[in-house]
Ligand binder design. Sequence first.
Ligand code: PEP
Ligand code: MN
Length: 278
Amino acid sequence: MNNLKLVAARPSGERTIVDVLGLRVGEGLCVIAGPCAVESEDQTIRTAVAVKAAGAKMLRGGAFKPRTSPYAFQGMGLKALKILALARRETGLPIVTEVIDTRDVSWVGEYADVLQIGARNMQNFSLLREAGKSGKPILLKRGMYSTIEEWLNCAEYILAEGNDKVILCERGIRTFETYTRNTLDLSSICAVRKETHLPIFVDPSHGTGILSMIEPMSLAAVMAGAQGLEIEVHISPSSALSDKDQQLTPKEFALLMRKLNRLHEFLPELAAMKGEEP
Ligand code: PEP
Ligand code: MN
């Protein structure tokens, strides 16, 4: 990938750590959890308190939802951002929220600690430039129709504006397979780790759209080298206004966190294993 300059892996092998309110993303395992969308103060605060107790490091929640249908729930906008700010005050968790419009980057950045650029906007080059100029940490999701090289070039747009606080997030791509919502490309973790110095996360919620696959894909992602995960959690998934079929309950999330932490403890031992003489 010789067109990459700023995001290309460094010869020294040094990896970027993204600082989010003192949290060092890229070091240890960082799980972002929370509802697909902010629906009310009660729903958001209760979810935030639960995911924090389970070990999540950041809170996600959509204020602007990029929906397939213009008639579907579009998010609560400013009201949602104010609720997220309350949740941060309550739990101390940094806020991750999507920005979908170039005109909103600077004011949404006053509420968010990490600006998410979603799959549908991955190649919105004006949005990428604006995100770069904001200087805020950016979670850049992989476009559902994008190659790894196109994705990394989008990160390059942000770094070219002087902002190197970029976290990449694999969230599945469209293939001929229709069993899952998307085909979660876990091999991209290895490619990204080889080609860039930026941290790589995985979103198994949108990546599969299937509740029972979230745990195995999360564990597999960490095993393959992902430095974090983004997982949808809702206090009452069946009544969610968006993505009700893929949101974990706080209880399911807590069990997943216990398994993830156990696996993460075990990784250095695997990494240190050496081949033995026959
Ligand atoms: C999301 O994380 O809320 C989202 C819409 O994901 P994606 O952009 O990956 O579809
Ligand atoms: Mn969602």
